[in-house]
Design a protein. Structure first.
Length: 186
């Protein structure tokens, strides 16, 4: 992987002059990153929550992206942002499906995409990015959404997870963007 200066490389969907990008995204210092596989049913909950957050908070508050990648490949997606909010599926077996977990970076993230990948967990990935001079987020919030079965093939969420997505997104929006509280889009 070749590290480029964050200011020298525009992110996908962003413009180099700070104006609205062709995709409609603004060049923000906050990234909401939904993780999951769109063909693995409830594993895709992070993607759905990210989409709902985009609808709730609007494009001015944060860039919103989706990924099914893991490990070091995440560095290219997150570089240049000051704050990162990650949403992923998790399966602890200790909470009902749809439960929102706050996952401290100091712990080994037990989410589907942020677990150890080739011996490198997400916190180590961030440290490595900083060590090689990449501008990676200094504020990181990781949310895991409890799912019953993250390995079931399907292109739709289970009913219990689908029903929980709006509430989960509202909770994350209130916590991550308190200045927008009460102003979410209907």
């Amino acid at each position: 992987m070749r590290a480029l200066a964050a200011d020298a490389r525009p992110r996908a969907g962003s413009s180099t002059d700070g104006q609205t990008a062709p995709s409609g995204r603004l060049h923000s210092d906050v990234l909401i990153l939904g993780l999951g596989s769109p063909i693995m049913s409830d594993d895709a909950v992070g993607l759905h929550v990210a989409r709902e957050l985009r609808r709730l908070i609007g494009p001015e508050a944060a860039d919103v992206d989706e990924a099914s990648t893991t490990g070091l490949r995440l560095l290219d997606l997150i570089q240049g942002y000051r704050k990162l909010i990650v949403i992923d599926a998790t399966h602890t077996g200790k909470a009902p499906p749809g439960t929102l977990h706050h996952v401290p970076l100091k712990m080994r993230p037990g989410t589907q995409r942020l677990m150890w990948q080739h011996g490198i967990d997400f916190a180590t990935t961030l440290r490595l990015g900083r060590r090689i001079g990449m501008r990676v987020p200094c504020v990181v919030a990781v949310y895991g959404v409890e799912v019953r079965d993250p390995y079931c093939f399907g292109d739709e969420l289970s009913p219990e997870i689908k029903d929980a997505v709006p509430s989960i997104a509202r909770t994350i929006a209130r916590e991550a963007f308190p200045h927008l509280d009460g102003r979410e889009k209907a």
